[in-house]
Design a protein around this ligand. Structure first.
Ligand code: ZN
Ligand code: ZN
Length: 116
């Protein structure tokens, strides 16, 4: 049997756990709604969002949002990619013709996702 003190401790732990779950939900929603902006001032070759610190991947010399993209999607009959701020960016015919579903090659700079 638990002592009164232990029962109190148990209640507090359960309450803190509930608060943690709800804070996590809140955090996840805020991050998913963030229109990420890549941090371009860091010397690293990969980058995080300057607002929410989400890891965004490799910096890209050609991409309009400065981050590499590997997945092409079709929207309103045009192929493109979703940028980090969630906007749709249509690709050129050349970019579309060079796209290969099987290898993880950036559609903007042609660098692979796997890098040393
Ligand atoms: Zn963000
Ligand atoms: Zn790239």
């Amino acid at each position: 049997m638990l002592t009164t003190l232990q029962k109190q401790q148990k209640r507090e732990i359960q309450e803190a756990f509930k608060q943690m779950l709800s804070a996590k939900q809140h955090y996840n929603r805020l991050v998913s709604e963030c229109n990420h902006i890549a941090n371009l001032t860091s010397p690293d070759e990969d980058t995080e969002c300057i607002i929410c610190n989400t890891y965004l991947g490799w910096k890209c010399p050609n991409s309009p949002d400065h981050v590499c993209h590997y997945d092409m999607v079709k929207m309103d009959n045009h192929e493109g990619v979703f940028l980090i701020d969630h906007t749709f960016h249509p690709l050129t015919d050349l970019q579309i013709s060079e796209y290969n579903d099987y290898d993880e090659i950036c559609v903007f700079c042609n660098n692979p996702n796997e890098r040393k």
